[in-house]
Design a protein around this ligand. Sequence first.
Ligand code: ADP
Length: 354
Amino acid sequence: MTPPLQPGRREVAVKLNIYFRMLVLVFGLTFSLQLIMFCVLYLADRNGLLQSEQNAGLITLLALLAGGMAISLVLTVCIYRLALLPMRQILHAIDQAGQGNFNVRIKTDDTHEIGLLAANINKMLESLGSLETMRNDFIANVSHEFKTPLASIQGAAALLQSEDLTPEERRRYAGLVYSSAKRLSSLSSNILELSKLEHGEVQVNKSEFMLDEHLRQALLLLQSDWQQKGLELNLELPEVKYYGSDELLMQVWLNLLGNAIKFSPAGGKLSVTLEKLPSAVAVTISDEGVGIAPADQKLIFEKFYQADTSHKTEGNGLGLAMVRQIISILGADISVESWPGRGSSFTVLLPEVQ
Ligand code: ADP
């Protein structure tokens, strides 16, 4: 970005800019006047309007005018070329951006229209540059996430071709192919879903429903997971009628509950509480799991970010990014509190209670 000019330098730049324009004007006008005079005298002489004894003086005057014109023309062109320098830089920057180079910047001290234009183009180049970085990071992350399950499928499929496998080995390799394919499928559908959410391509169908029942349904969908871990449920779900998108909210609950189950130790406690506030409804999902370090708490809503790598293969780091998008679409709010080694608590504040 073009650094803002310091006040002292700014004044000087403004003054210089004015002098510069005045110079262009003075030299341009001088040149034009001289040209007119030259033409008038030349035509008058050709038409014999001037006396022959005046010819010597006239020739000297014409020569002086011609010399003056040449000097004015050269000075006007030089000053004008200097004045056009920022324009040439702007054209170069636009040309570079067209070729995909967003690192180029326009350097100018101009504080007028050209300077503003240059500063705005610099801002645009900066945004395009960061979008390009995000796009490249996204591609790198997607490729990386796809690589591991694909390699597992390839390895297991190669092993399955062998004739002398025991039934147990065959089952194990087939299982590996199945789980890796399932991971790929969940990854691609999450990427697709996230892209739809980011581009506003999801329908927000609102209806009235019982929020407490809705949360119980989410827990029911994940019953086999929390039962397998032997988690103890602690539910505080008073009756709350809510008007909103049950479909989108279900995705939020499934992601938050899924994480709470995944990061909980066997036999841990999973709490879900629902509280009606004056102008919102608060839903809190807490666990007694591994927790999240303070530095990671700011990053867990970013795409592909996984703070705890011990469960890396059970997710793809897109769940909370989707939750954040949905929360923003619904005009809601989400916050996290966590204590490493002791657990985490996610609170969703839903607006518009009825
Ligand atoms: P993932 O598919 O890895 O679960 P998410 O986007 O849902 O991806 O979560 C991002 C990261 O946030 C997780 O990898 C984990 O490190 C951290 N995280 C999310 N929820 C919890 C939780 N309840 N307890 C501990 N860590 C969590």
